[in-house]
Write a protein that binds this ligand. Structure first.
Ligand SMILES: NC(=O)C1=CN([C@@H]2O[C@H](COP(=O)(O)OP(=O)(O)OC[C@H]3O[C@@H](n4cnc5c(N)ncnc54)[C@H](O)[C@@H]3O)[C@@H](O)[C@H]2O)C=CC1
Ligand SMILES: C[C@H](O)[C@@H]1OC(=O)[C@H](O)[C@@H]1O
Length: 259
């Protein structure tokens, strides 16, 4: 579905981003895999930048690892330059990088709130802008897929700094879809539910929240990074040729299951 496409994935070395990177490669794309602050040993053998690059190459696709903090305005330009240097173009951006350091509201340090906003919202904005500029210059359209969240639609007691950034990413895609439509660039967001990754493994394992989530998910299981990767491939592909400004909940039915 993505044969010959050039894809950039931010936060592509672990978790959902690793699932997206692998799914894009399996669909035939070459991938620039962005990562930041990685200590691969910390994340075991299945994830980490080296494992993801090796898996992509084992599928017969090209992979380029690019370290960079998406909150740094230069990183978006670095990622685009890496894709153009290695693959000659940018067709798809998966703006996935994000952090969620759980913290109570009342004693949350302003610095933490600002860091989460800088990475999750501002970082997504800047990388999307850099990729869109390249796509417009290329003149043959493209696709931008932002990883928002079920948390764009609901709250979390320990996520008062986080949920607004997920809503912001969703709202940004809706607006960017309007201005980029004339360039044939489709912009959509994915809203994952509870996906077992490093970001929330502690929350989703052996806690009251874990028990509650398990009861709330009609499909009876947490999502996997590949569950998100498959939807990202769909949104990147010509199967979604008339889909822009949209968001897709990928949550096993969690959001609708109030009672
Ligand atoms: N895990 C979940 O249940 C859900 C996650 N999400 C979103 O999915 C995205 C990925 O989350 P997970 O895979 O769970 O997280 P993770 O912690 O497992 O992986 C995060 C990835 O982002 C990278 N990263 C972190 N900070 C970065 C920065 N400043 N610049 C560039 N890369 C950076 C890391 O290197 C890593 O590759 C995030 O945007 C998160 O908000 C949304 C809904 C649910
Ligand atoms: C970090 C959370 O556990 C996870 O990420 C989100 O965006 C949702 O809040 C999920 O529960």
């Amino acid at each position: 579905m993505l044969q010959g496409k050039s894809v950039i994935v931010t936060g592509g070395s672990r978790g959902i981003g690793a699932g997206i990177s692998r799914a894009m490669a399996k669909a035939g794309a070459d991938v620039v895999v962005n990562y930041f602050n990685e200590n691969d040993a910390e994340y075991g053998q299945t994830d980490g930048i080296e494992a993801v690059v090796a898996d992509i190459e084992a599928m017969g696709q090209r992979a380029v690892a690019v370290e960079g903090n998406v909150a740094d305005p230069e990183t978006g330009h670095k990622l685009v330059a890496a894709a153009v240097d290695a693959f000659g173009k940018v067709d798809v951006l998966s703006s996935n990088a994000g952090i969620c350091p759980f913290h109570a509201f009342l004693d949350m340090p302003v610095e933490l709130m600002r860091q989460v906003s800088a990475v999750n919202y501002e970082g997504s904005f800047m990388v999307s802008q850099a990729a869109a500029r390249q796509m417009v210059a290329q003149g043959h359209g493209g696709a931008i897929i932002a990883t928002s969240s079920i948390s764009a639609l609901v709250g979390g007691e320990l996520q008062s700094h986080y949920t607004p950034t997920k809503a912001a990413v969703h709202a940004m895609m809706q607006s960017v879809a309007i201005s980029m439509g004339r360039h044939g660039i489709r912009c959509n967001s994915i809203m994952p539910g509870a996906i077992m990754t490093d970001l929330n493994r502690d929350v989703l394992t052996g806690t009251e929240t874990a028990e509650y989530f398990q009861k709330r998910i009609p499909l009876g299981r947490y999502g996997t990074p590949d569950d998100i990767g498959q939807v990202a491939v769909f949104l990147a592909s010509d199967m979604a040729a008339y889909v822009t400004g949209a968001s897709i909940l990928v949550d096993g039915g969690m959001f609708v299951n109030l009672q």
